[in-house]
Design a protein around this ligand. Structure first.
Ligand code: ADP
Length: 246
């Protein structure tokens, strides 16, 4: 397997407040990593560090074999931030236009050809929103917006999807359907890193779990995770038991 992500002894501080401390973990191609931990435990910050949106104060992150902040890695990552719904509210573009933005890096002068149009159509079909192509993004439901952002990543031919609590505010049925879609994309080879607060949901769908509370408490098999006391330790914060299967 090929390493997609490699974080080595990564630490990050906001002002004088350490929020990520000495985290080392690797993500192999084809993995589906669920990142869990209590509120404010540094999950979003770690995800941003992993995909090069922030630079660590100490340690290093390599993404596709390069420093994570290197520009060339950017187009290989489809990032769906937590506030995608808010961000999309004011977007005066149609779904098709938003998905086409995924092709911009390869067409800096905006001359789209049949290959681009085909890639956009295929991405819309893949996530099941082709019937919404001409609708304004701001008029989509939360779940549909998440799909539109994923379609944009597919149109960009991203190799890694990074999602920050994608199903917050989405009803249970849509959430299951959304995880089914992620499972299919993962089976087709997409590497996924996802923050999810619902332990039951994420341990069902992810192939690996990383449990964080500033430090890494666990990294490994979901079935092992639910059997260990790492979860209680991370959420209770009383003990620091590190289980690292790699
Ligand atoms: P999580 O995603 O697990 O909720 P975050 O990474 O969002 O955790 O935040 C970790 C801690 O850092 C929290 O205490 C949060 O208040 C703080 N924090 C997050 N973003 C900033 C920021 N831009 N400036 C200062 N503190 C921040």
């Amino acid at each position: 397997m090929t390493g997609v992500l490699e974080a080595t002894e990564v630490s990050f501080t906001y002002g004088d407040r350490p929020v990520v401390e000495d985290v080392s973990l690797t993500v192999e191609a084809g993995e589906f990593l669920g990142l869990v931990g209590p509120n404010g435990s540094g999950k979003t910050t770690l995800l941003e560090l992993l995909i090069g949106l922030r630079r660590p104060d100490a340690g290093s992150v390599r993404l596709f074999g390069e420093p994570a902040h290197a520009r060339s890695t950017g187009r290989r990552v489809g990032y769906v931030p937590q506030n995608v719904s808010d961000a999309a509210d004011g977007m005066p573009v149609t779904v098709r236009e938003a998905v086409r933005m995924g092709r911009y890096p390869r067409r800096p002068f905006g001359r789209f050809d049949d290959e681009d149009r085909g890639a956009v159509d295929a991405a819309l079909r893949r996530v099941g929103i082709d019937d919404l192509a001409e609708r304004r993004v701001g008029r989509l439901s939360g779940g549909q917006r998440q799909r539109a952002f994923i379609a944009r990543a597919l149109a960009a031919e991203a190799d890694l999807l990074a999602l920050d609590e994608p199903t917050v505010g989405v009803d249970a049925e849509s959430r299951e359907a959304f995880y089914d879609l992620l499972g299919e994309l993962n089976e087709d080879g997409m590497t996924i890193v996802l923050i999810e607060h619902d332990i039951g949901v994420v341990t069902t769908h992810a192939s690996e779990i990383a449990c964080l509370n500033r430090e890494l408490y666990f990294h490994g098999d979901p079935a092992v995770f639910v059997e260990t006391d790492a979860l209680a330790a991370a959420y209770g914060g009383s003990q620091s038991i590190v289980h690292h299967q790699h």
